[in-house]
Design a protein around this ligand. Sequence first.
Ligand code: V1D
Ligand code: CA
Length: 502
Amino acid sequence: MSKKKVSYFYHSDVGNYHYSSEHPMKPHRIRMANELIKIYGLHNKMQIFSPKIEQFGVREMTKFHSDEYIKFLKRITPETQDQFQRQMNSFNVGEDSPVFVGLFDFCKISSAGSVEGASKLNLGKSDIAINWAGGLHHAKTDQASGFCYVNDIVLGILELLKYHNRVLYIDIDIHHGDGVEEAFYTTDRVMTCSFHKYGSGYFPGTGNIKDVGYKDGKNYSVNFPLDDGMDDETYVKFFKKTITAVMNFYQPNAIVMQCGADSLSGDRLGCFNLTLKGHGECVKFIRSYNKPLLVLGGGGYTIKNVSRCWAYETSLLIDETELPNELPIHEFYNYYTPVYQLHLEPLYMQNKNDTLVLEKHFQEIYENLKDLIPSPSIGERFRPPDLLINESELETDKFLNEKSDFRFTEEQFNSQIRPFNEFYESPNYREKNKLWVKKSIVDILEKYKLESVFDNKLLESFNQVENLKNSNSNIMTNNNRKNIFQYNTETDLSQIMKKIRK
Ligand code: V1D
Ligand code: CA
């Protein structure tokens, strides 16, 4: 394996956040991993960055999430939560995803690391970017889920899409990567591929092999359902077969890998029997494709194994020679009792995965992949500005404050626009038919005067754009922005686009 430029994102505050003493998610595990990385000397082989959380806030998070949800996350505290019961229910904040001290800052650390990592890859400053505080794959547009509040993965992928035409997302957390799948369910620009325990009511309950994507995204979602007791040999075999097919047929320009460590043997919430060797072999395999690679954390609830895993995988990513199995003495050495070694032994447990069933699953996935229509090239695609670095003067969080008169410049305004088919609102979730209008649709409608194909609400939005132009202004108030770009309609925008293309 060749040497690569590796960026490592770590914020020294991350280990100080506490969900609650009964809660299995312990951000301290990331600090433990960082200490192992340092004591093994791995930090000398990477560029180390602390995510710039002062420059990351509401504006960056609302590239995916709704304004109302992020505004809520910013405001809510353990002291005030009793007054916000209605919003807590609506945003699914509570038992699994509780309010804790510093929640919003924790979300910033996690998300800023992933987006900055993506930006390093975009600019060719790194070949690999690592953010073990990221990988929070369950968060939805306007809901927390499964310990995840802000979906750093979706935000990171959106950053990558500014430069990369096709992004592959791979998820080896034991849980289904539902939030990321849902976000890109109707686009061919992102392929999502999750391996997960499926069945018997296991969280989150999605990720059936038949869920393959929708409309433009059909066959661009891959789900490999697995059962209890999965061992290294079987997992690595089917992981490699599946990824080989995915890589051949999709040919991504960049890869994001979520390395949830709850798929390891002995995890407090997991039920697989993987060791660091099997889990790490998947990471090594992805690295060998030599594509820009964003590596993220995720679940993992036996914290001494999480830190072992992510320290070991850091060594694989920088291509360090085999780490000594004896753990060096360091601040958290006592956590590793009773076996003060890096590697895990598998447990004696039955592997409930029948190889013939897995083979059948693989064949089904392969059949879907082999008919993929090659994805269109990026062409003249509109590219939003890069991640704001040195743009602190933008006062990014102000736009949600209704009392402030924050206005967008044309550039800032454009950067808020969501590609029209990159977000999927599943019929099972929240508001139906909530669609986002892409600026280019408005432009095309304007160009061809296609009033006949759009409904009154779109006409209204169109007229607002016209009025704005006529007023000779390149600024936009937050209210205008919301009126124009977010509305509920039953109009199917992809049908409109088809008519326009004809
Ligand atoms: F055991 C607990 C104690 C306190 C609070 C929550 C839990 C807990 C354990 N397992 N919660 C779960 C899962 N939730 C449920 C729901 C409860 N409802 C009735 C169903 O089963 C959530 C598991 C989340 C897993 C998160 C993840 O590992 O995938 C992850 N990846 O990146 C970040 C987190
Ligand atoms: Ca998974």
